[in-house]
Design a protein. Sequence first.
Lengths: 200, 200, 200, 200
Amino acid sequence: MRHVDASPVDPRGSRPGGRSAQVRERVLAAAADELLEHGFERFAVTRVAERAEVHHTTIYRRWPTKSELVFDAVVELADAYAQPVDQGSLRADLRAYFIGVGAAFGDRRTAALIRGLVAIRPDDLVDARRAYWAGRFRITDEIFERAAARGEVVAPADRQRAVELIAGPLWMRGLVTSLPIDEGVVGSFVDDALRAIGHA
Amino acid sequence: MRHVDASPVDPRGSRPGGRSAQVRERVLAAAADELLEHGFERFAVTRVAERAEVHHTTIYRRWPTKSELVFDAVVELADAYAQPVDQGSLRADLRAYFIGVGAAFGDRRTAALIRGLVAIRPDDLVDARRAYWAGRFRITDEIFERAAARGEVVAPADRQRAVELIAGPLWMRGLVTSLPIDEGVVGSFVDDALRAIGHA
Amino acid sequence: MRHVDASPVDPRGSRPGGRSAQVRERVLAAAADELLEHGFERFAVTRVAERAEVHHTTIYRRWPTKSELVFDAVVELADAYAQPVDQGSLRADLRAYFIGVGAAFGDRRTAALIRGLVAIRPDDLVDARRAYWAGRFRITDEIFERAAARGEVVAPADRQRAVELIAGPLWMRGLVTSLPIDEGVVGSFVDDALRAIGHA
Amino acid sequence: MRHVDASPVDPRGSRPGGRSAQVRERVLAAAADELLEHGFERFAVTRVAERAEVHHTTIYRRWPTKSELVFDAVVELADAYAQPVDQGSLRADLRAYFIGVGAAFGDRRTAALIRGLVAIRPDDLVDARRAYWAGRFRITDEIFERAAARGEVVAPADRQRAVELIAGPLWMRGLVTSLPIDEGVVGSFVDDALRAIGHA
DNA sequence: GGATAAGCGAGACGGTACGTCTCGTCTTTTG
DNA sequence: CAAAAGACGAGACGTACCGTCTCGCTTATCC
């Protein structure tokens, strides 16, 4: 899933701790900082280089375009919010997970980054984006699997609908209307979604 | 509702057909094209000027920031989709209206504009955006008013929830997951939303 | 000598106290200020208009080019230094006059202006400049005439040489080498010049 | 003496014939042309870039201000006129040297450059200008040294005066009054100066 | 253990776009 | 009818970043 896997650089150097690996780490960290500070739009490779104390040509050697660098950095960040824990019931699991998602929009810097992701031209980084979203949906899938194991069976089509009914309003608040996203709101969306798909 | 109303430009020139009005039209149309072709990120005022056959300084005189230009272009388009017609029932009215909204994402040009709208930094144009969304919500309010007049009463809080439950998934498909938006999908979101708020 | 005499504007308006005359006065005064403050190079008609509280199109109606406006303003200023007084001898008259000239270079703002005049392309405002320099040389001519009336006769060719031998070093210090110009220096140049032309 | 020596540019590139050296040459030549054609005032870096077939940002990298570019172009030319030859006597040496200087004003291109040099604001490039003039005066110093070796001793203060009495009128003719500068005129200024300092 | 190849530091460069300033022209309204 | 008012085309400004290139230097394997 890491984009840089395809890079021609670093056949041996990427051993953990190697010089190359250090560069990669420092650059991605710096990119994340830059992203959080300036948002996607004003993201500047030049500044990333300065932050990482790496020459800018070195960055271009590994990440041919800005989009690719940003994407790698985003993925790095995204994983932080991908920690679903078993809460004992489908409803509780969904609440917990989407409260985490909602919190991401609450962090202005993360919000800026998500906003940027959306702004990327649909034709850019298609595969990378597909992979990213697949990864995210895998998380909710796990939640439903776990529920099924507990006996709360939800049909695949209903899973999809439920996720859209919860995530849709959340994203809309986060990206579009700027309405607040707190735990109560997230909970009510979860309830509405479960009611809509006829889940007890 | 037009953002440019606050601009120092156009005292008399904005009479329909006047020179200024022509410039405004040409620029906004060109901005929409530019947005479609290059996306918000690579949106270049310089190119808009070339497309519109207007000098770039003229654009800066009216729209001091890129955000404002994009916003005005979006608003221009938005009104096209704001024509709700009485279909005889709340469900039918909502379907009709949101099918129109969904269609907007189907038009690549419009989709690009909406994408641009989202990409504008949240601190930018706060008032203008608020006004814009107020306008959009006014349309669904009318639908609910009409329904109330017919006896289909929905509490204000439920109106809001219903709209979010329909529009949220639609926008998410349009902006984020790129899943298809057809009439069947819109219909099912409307049904889900009405079920969620307990509307018969 | 006033350049604006050739302007198509102001057939009757230039009666002293007329509306046009007031505009002319205010604009020239403002132009002089602007010149003194920003120097020739960064002289901006726009700012002159603001200073004069006159619309900038009004200025362009009278002074088709910036050069002409500047020139008129310079001439206005120059006269301030053109007040030779009878000091009783050729040597004293020359000293007094050129000490005044030297003082002009001492005023940094005036110096900036002179510097600008020199920088004007030789092909620009040829007639105006010729007229200006003729005016200036007329002053030294008066000095020599007065001396002749007193019995200190100097041949025309020697007058010219003397003036060049005094003014030359002065201008060079003022414009080129930035060496100091004080009364002692001016005096010694006058003495050298008179010695060179064999004047007692 | 080259101003650009202090520039952060050109670590190795300045080897004669290197890429950077070529750029420098081409730009300075183009700057001289531009100065000749448009004068200092309408001197446009943009046009210099076009003439030199170099991107304008490249020019700004090396010469942050217009003044520095003009100055370097002037210095480049100046050296051409700095070749005093031993003519056997002080008078002859001075004549030969200043005839060369006068000739410089005769070359329109060089004259335009000198005019530009004068137009530079006095606060700009103070050190560079000081160095430049020191270099020029060193040439006349050599002439006086040579004369002293031959037995024609001139006191330091008189050297300075003499040079000003010759160069001053020359520069004034060249820059200000546009009077002709031929060998006869130069000769008479030399003679006048020597007479003024009491040199046989 | 010295060639050799890869990665990095360094920096000039061509290039796009930015957003601003000023110019001088034009058209329309006002006193 | 001149001045006020202001939009406009035009051109240059100087800056920020982009992505490419060329050139040494270092370092870590591989013969």
